[in-house]
Design a protein around this ligand. Sequence first.
Ligand code: ZN
Length: 416
Amino acid sequence: MRRSGRRNSIRIGGVAAVLILVAAAFGVAAATAHRAVAAEATAMRVTGDAKATEFELQLDQGVTAEVFTLANPYRVIVDLPNVSFTLPEAAGHKARGLVKAFRYGLFAESKARVVIDTKGPVRVAKAYMDRVPSSSGIVLKIRLEPMEAAAFGSGTGASRAAEPPSAVANAAPAPKKDASHKPVIVIDPGHGGIDPGATGVNSMAEKSIVLDVGRKLADTLNATGRYVVKLTRSSDVFVSLDERLSFSQKASADLFVSLHADAIEERVFAESVRGATVYTLSERATDEQARKMAEKENASDLLAGLDSRDIQADDQVRGILFDLMRRETANFSADFSNVLAKRLGKTIAMSRVPQRSAAFKVLKQPHSPSVLIELGYMSNTEDQRQMATAEWQTNVAEAITAAIDAYFTKRTAEHP
Ligand code: ZN
């Protein structure tokens, strides 16, 4: 009854890599290609111990799944077609056996992914599908066993295909626009899909709040009739940092605004640390908190299961490009940060140091002034309550729009 295919053909650096294709177990996957949603995930479970841990994903019907491993950090990736996850909030995210944590969601349009963080190098000892008795449902079972780091190597790197490096394309300067053109504003709601960002006290996700604010900001900017407005994402889908950068470059952005909401780990400070912060790019962070913030946001690609080797290699190239960044762009970013912090301060609570800078990857844009706004703290009860309200979101959208208006009015006056 059960059928599973195994492929060990991908080898990198002479290291045997694990890549297993779980074939459509019961002949239903072929028919699902035309459907918007291929299957529904209804339950997830982790059982076992440090010797062998079993990860189970229950689906309402069979699909084709691809399972592979990655290092730095050690992860097991399960790629699926357009599976929708109708699981209870925080369903079994607890650590168990070899599994440290896991997350799931859309990885791209019509592509879902589960990322399992493991405590160390593991091998996929078995991956197969079983029928759920007396239903059309199936269970995808993945058995993980520990292995030596040396034997693991750097994993399969199968995700390399997921994202071709686009650094060279990014190097080209934005085409010059004639003065009559409307400024292009790229709004970048952070995270999305498989990457929820920070999670608040009642499991509200940063990705949802920043998408809501991003959409409202697009509406208020469009209402002025003065701008061409583009969003890097307008649904709950994962977009890698490179894709956000190349989106901005292709759109010839005149201003790039990334939206985020922070959280602090230390529960004791959670209720005393709140407010918004406007970040600009600098290789050296203004302070330790800013440095940590950039590190956390830059980890988005890793959280979603992109291969760290690609991310690092790409960063080196971009680092060189970044050195060539026109001083002018940095000055414009600083100008906008000043205007924005002032306008936001009239509307919402600002953090203790409302303007900071650090090495945020998403701000490494030679062609466009860019800022990243941490709208508030998901870890603070009051911030989170406010950020979730439509009223607060509308006020923030209007404040940012006012700042953008002021910024472009000044720029046009200085460079007619
Ligand atoms: Zn974020």
